[in-house]
Write a protein that binds this ligand. Structure first.
Ligand code: ADP
Length: 290
């Protein structure tokens, strides 16, 4: 028994469900018949208007080798070559789960013993809903008020649903993760494998065929900065399309260089997709004609 009532919280139900389903389906997949899978939800404590939650998925399956545990959240990692053969899968589920939980400022703890079983525990804290509240105060839509639309709120409410993005990324793993996460939100993504291809794809696309470009900087053939310069030089009405650099180089000079070549901003890697959504939202809401 808990020492407080069950309370309603505000959070991204869809994503949290996706994480838990990934853990449960793995637990079922890696546990032979006769074994057990137990799922526990626990309200831990309430602090500063937030409810700290624990969600645990425990199985009595084959377990995970200790040397693999440190790699389990890396994209496309499976324990060994026979895993895909026996159990299928892509090794992407854990990387995505980890990304989602990190975006919620939560954490995942894994404990496993080979031959005995595995336990995944997710800790997240979510704002407690007041009364009938279903969205936090800051998300509330006051567009019925005569004051007009508050841009900050519009940006907060902005989603990538239906947004057409040209993603220039040479690294397959980074591209796959970026596409998976943004497509989950409804974004329509086309990928270029280097700067040259990005310029070509943009140049060959119909006017306003893309809403934004996400551009890795270090790419073969033509880097992201050079590609941005080429795109800005094109004599087409949408050559001012929002372009954001995505790079592990978070040095001030790199950020400044991104702006100097005409990009709209510089997003540091590892990419925070809330930031991507917000930056694209700001750029598109500033240019409503797009
Ligand atoms: P997939 O299940 O598609 O291979 P995941 O990223 O979800 O990809 O999992 C990566 C790997 O982690 C799995 O292939 C498996 O080797 C290991 N793993 C995940 N969950 C479990 C579990 N409950 N028991 C044993 N191994 C697991």
């Amino acid at each position: 028994m808990q020492d407080f009532d069950v309370c309603r919280v505000i959070g991204d139900e869809l994503r949290l469900t996706q994480v838990i389903i990934n853990f449960i389906s793995n637990a079922v997949k890696f546990t032979p018949p006769g074994g057990a899978v137990t799922v526990t939800f626990r309200q831990m404590h309430k602090i500063d208007g937030k409810l700290h939650l624990m969600i645990r998925v425990r199985d009595t399956g084959k377990g995970i080798k200790s040397d693999f545990i440190s790699r389990i959240f890396r994209p496309f990692e499976q324990e060994d070559a026979s895993t895909a053969h026996h159990y299928g899968g892509s090794g992407l589920g854990m990387a995505i789960a980890d990304n989602i939980v990190k975006l919620m400022q939560g954490e995942i703890i894994v404990e496993s013993e080979e031959g005995k079983g595995t336990e995944f525990v997710v800790y997240v804290s979510l704002p407690i809903a007041e009364g009938d509240q279903t969205v936090p105060e800051s998300w509330k839509d006051d567009r019925t008020a005569d004051e007009g639309v508050d841009k900050k709120k519009e940006v907060e409410e902005f989603t990538l649903d239906g947004i057409r993005i040209l993603l220039a990324e040479d690294n397959d793993v980074n591209a796959e993760i970026a596409m998976e996460i943004m497509e989950m939100e409804g974004a329509l993504i086309e990928r270029a494998c280097d700067g040259l291809e990005a310029v070509r794809m943009f140049a060959e696309s119909p006017i306003n065929g893309y809403d934004a470009i996400l551009m890795d900087i270090q790419m073969p053939n033509m880097n992201g900065w050079e590609a941005a310069v080429e795109i800005r030089k094109l004599t087409r009405a949408d050559a001012d399309i929002p372009i954001f650099a995505m790079s592990a180089n978070a040095f001030v000079e790199d950020k400044r260089h991104s702006l100097e070549v005409g990009m709209n901003g510089h997003i540091s890697k590892p990419v925070d997709y809330d930031e991507v959504r917000q930056r694209i939202g700001e750029a598109l809401l500033d240019a409503p004609g797009r």
